[in-house]
Design a protein around this ligand. Structure first.
Ligand code: SAM
Length: 249
């Protein structure tokens, strides 16, 4: 059978397309795109003419079945989303899972993703990160989701829409704590790219100071929860702990 290539495309700056992505997009039989109009713009920028089929969140299973048939018949397919890496807060994972189930070879062609670009530009010293995609749109659901993250000891990364960014940073300050540092990564790789670090307490007011600061695409990163104070162990507990440890193999 053919190969399903999962191809990352730029998140703003078109020069971020990889040489390999261009090669694959030129070579495949068909490009499966989240929005065919959007992707045909990208392809024509690079002078690539290719058959496009739509695979978006509303038809992913049905379109996926047709792609699998094509792949099983020996065709090759490149799967792309509107921007960045397919399957990262974007459709793609369902089709990729179907390909694995059908025994079709899946090949990633890595490239831009807003989450990775934001992390490397934030400069937060952390042993890892948790990526949560978009928080719930409803305020109460959002605060509940944040509540579950208060003790996470690695960087928290979120995508956010411009019309919700004010409410989101206010909720983060209220739930995660006002002194935690936030990094706002806006319009990455684009003309108005902004990377700004400040305590959560100041975030809403900073965004409100200038309406332009609330425009465009956002990644929000919150530094890890401070280490919890460890309760001092009293002498008696230490004695029992030593006895128990002695018993361990
Ligand atoms: N698949 C994409 C990726 O790999 O990054 C993400 C797709 S998701 C539908 C779109 C969201 O990603 C935006 O709302 C924003 O939160 C984030 N995003 C995408 N491009 C961005 C950019 N240039 N700067 C900042 N955030 C961006």
């Amino acid at each position: 059978s053919g190969t399903l290539y999962v191809v990352a495309t730029p998140i703003g700056n078109l020069q971020d397309i990889s040489l390999r992505a261009l090669e694959v997009l030129k070579a495949v039989d068909v490009v499966a795109a989240e929005d065919t109009r959007h992707t045909s713009g990208l392809l024509s920028h690079f002078a690539i003419q290719k058959k496009l089929v739509a695979v978006h969140e509303h038809n992913e299973r049905k379109a996926g079945e047709q792609l699998i048939q094509r792949l099983l018949a020996g065709g090759s397919v490149a799967l792309v989303s509107d921007a960045g890496t397919p399957g990262i807060s974007d459709p793609g994972a369902l089709v990729v899972g179907m390909a694995h189930e059908a025994g079709v070879r899946v090949v990633p062609v890595p490239g831009a993703s807003a989450v990775i670009a934001a992390i490397c530009a934030a400069g937060i010293v952390t042993p890892g990160f948790q990526f949560h995609g978009f928080l719930p749109a409803s305020g109460s659901q959002r605060r509940l989701a944040l509540q579950a993250l208060t003790d996470v000891a690695v960087t928290l990364v979120f995508y956010e829409a411009p019309h919700r960014v004010l409410d989101s940073v206010a909720d983060m300050a209220a739930v995660l704590g006002p002194s935690r540092m936030l990094t706002i990564a806006r319009e990455l790789t684009k003309t108005f790219e902004t990377i700004h670090r400040l305590p959560l307490l100041e975030a809403r007011a900073w965004l409100e100071q200038d309406a332009n600061r609330q425009r465009g695409e956002f990644v929000l990163l919150v530094e890890p929860a401070p280490a919890r104070e460890v309760e001092p162990v009293d002498a008696e507990s230490q004695r029992i702990l030593a006895l128990l440890l002695d018993e361990l193999p």
